[in-house]
Design a protein around this ligand. Structure first.
Ligand code: NAD
Length: 479
């Protein structure tokens, strides 16, 4: 193991809590259970560190690039920890670490540009971008590192400091990441705090925070926004999704089945923008159901550390119970399990990859976010009906359209009410593009330059080019 400094974390030693390996259901390690009343000191140090971190953009770029190199170099240390606590196959942990480093490099080199305002007046005014101050970042358990970097990389690059709180289901890889980053970043620029609620709630509502950036479920997002309202901190919320995939009449079922299956089941279906329901022309219904069912029955399920595993366990016991409830309710309502439909009879939180057919459209497994290895497949008679159903929930994260006539597919994609619509694939993102859920799936924008500017405020310097008159009556628009 490389020699990393201890993580920049809340230093007061306190209680610790157990971290469970979802492949066994047993505790294998522990993390500090930091208490909400310790946050005042943490935020104070974060504020103090901000003074020098905000001052030198060049030094920030250098430090973030060095930190990205350190993350990549520590991949072999971090990946097994991530797999052990999260459950995903080891190859996916390595991929997550690579994306974390790539995101840090992307934002390290993204520099906000001053923008002159030219409106014909004898004034030189210019927008200069300023950091906000300490940023609270709160992350879920499905991609602990990648989602953390989506928050801290743009926030730090913009000149803010960050206090990051991972999910108590997956605190260890984030703590290790913090330790690796501390070899390149000044002290207290990034602080990791771990613990149970109300730690996150107190962080979100802490008066010292100027931006609260949260990824997680819609109900928690609402609570976070309410908490942040106390200090009127800026809020960015990346929330749940229930993405629909619409297959068109000309779709090549065998050609897309593999891609469509993994768009739903990667990371055991625990992806905010996974395909979570599939709408299929009635004529192709039995063909699609069988093609997906065949892949679900042959997917290799196992512990993430076992070579050859394609699908790991569900991350935690409450999530397994939720998936089981949605599935058994759908089966009780008349749905048919073409594959799976039950948890696996083995230790740990394993659920068989499940394809559900003949599901009543109002079943919660269709209308809610199941967030697990379960996929309902629904037939449609008219395309308008399919688009209406796809748009017919409060979610609006992503969506996709699958067919061979790409122009036709794009016309349909354009009708989806979501932040990103894909054609013939799903959930592919570029670092340079905006990521923003519509409706209840999100507030604010992450990704690309938008993600950087989400961590900055405009500051205008207004300088007259001629001596101003003593007093100018403001126009009605200006008043
Ligand atoms: P969650 O809302 O239960 O928890 C998310 C984080 O918030 C955790 O760190 C948790 O400890 C913390 N938290 C819990 N209560 C809090 C409170 N009152 N105040 C502040 N923080 C609190 O979500 P989860 O179960 O960890 O993650 C799954 C959800 O995350 C799914 O809905 C998924 O779609 C969503 N998600 C969204 C995106 C996206 O980019 N839109 C990405 C990944 C996951």
């Amino acid at each position: 193991m490389a020699a990393h400094r201890p993580p920049t974390t809340c230093p007061t030693p306190g209680e610790r809590f157990a971290v469970v390996d979802p492949a066994t259901g047993e505790a294998f390690d522990e993390a500090p259970d930091e208490q909400p009343d310790e946050l005042d000191a943490v935020v104070g140090r974060s504020h103090e560190a901000w003074r020098s971190w905000r001052a030198d953009a060049g030094a920030r770029t250098t430090a973030l690039l060095k930190a990205a190199d350190a993350v990549e170099a520590a991949g072999a240390d971090i990946a097994p920890v991530l797999t052990r606590e999260q459950g995903k196959p080891l190859s996916e942990s390595y991929a997550e670490i690579a994306r974390t480093a790539a995101r840090m490099r992307y934002f390290a080199e993204l520099v906000p540009r001053p923008e002159p305002i030219t409106d014909g007046r004898p004034v030189r005014s210019e927008v200069r971008w300023r950091p906000l101050g300490p940023v609270a970042a709160i992350t879920p358990w499905n991609f602990p590192l990648q989602l953390a970097s989506a928050k801290f990389a743009p926030a730090l690059a913009a000149g803010n400091t960050v206090v990051l709180k991972p999910s108590p289901f997956t605190p260890l890889a984030t703590r290790l990441l913090g330790s690796v980053l501390s070899t390149a970043l000044p002290e207290n620029v990034l602080t990791i705090v771990t613990g149970h609620e109300p730690l996150g709630a107190r962080l979100a509502s802490h008066p010292g925070m100027r931006h609260v950036t949260f990824t997680g479920s819609i109900p928690t997002g609402r609570a976070v926004a309410q908490g942040a309202a106390a200090s009127l901190a800026r809020v960015t919320l990346e929330l749940g999704g229930n993405d629909a995939a619409i297959l068109l009449e000309d779709v090549d079922v065998e050609g897309i089945a593999e891609r469509l299956f993994w768009a739903a089941f990667r990371n055991c279906g625990q992806v905010c923008m996974a395909v979570k329901r599939v709408y299929v022309p009635a004529r192709l219904y039995s063909h699609v159901v069988e093609a997906l069912g065949q892949r679900a029955r042959t997917a290799v399920v196992g512990a993430g550390l076992d070579p050859g595993t394609q699908l790991g366990p569900v991350n935690n016991a409450p999530q397994l119970a939720r998936i089981e409830n949605y599935t058994s309710q759908a089966l009780a309502d008349g749905a048919r399990a073409v594959a799976g439909g039950h948890r696996l009879d083995r230790p740990g939180y394993f659920f068989a990859p499940t394809i559900l057919a003949d599901v009543p459209p109002g079943s919660p497994v269709v209308t809610e976010e199941q967030f697990g290895p379960v996929l309902p497949v629904l037939p449609y008679e008219s395309l308008d009906e399919a688009v209406e159903a796809a748009n017919g929930t409060g979610y609006g994260l992503g969506g996709s359209v699958w067919g061979t006539d790409l122009d036709r597919a794009e016309e349909v994609a354009d009708r989806l009410e979501c932040g990103t619509a894909w054609i013939n694939h799903h959930a592919e993102l570029s670092l340079a593009q905006p990521f923003a859920g519509s409706k209840e799936s999100g507030v604010g924008v992450a990704g690309g330059p938008w993600g950087l500017y989400g961590n900055l405020r405009p500051f205008v310097v207004h300088r007259p080019l001629v001596e101003p008159s003593p007093f100018v009556e403001p126009s009605p628009q200006e008043a």
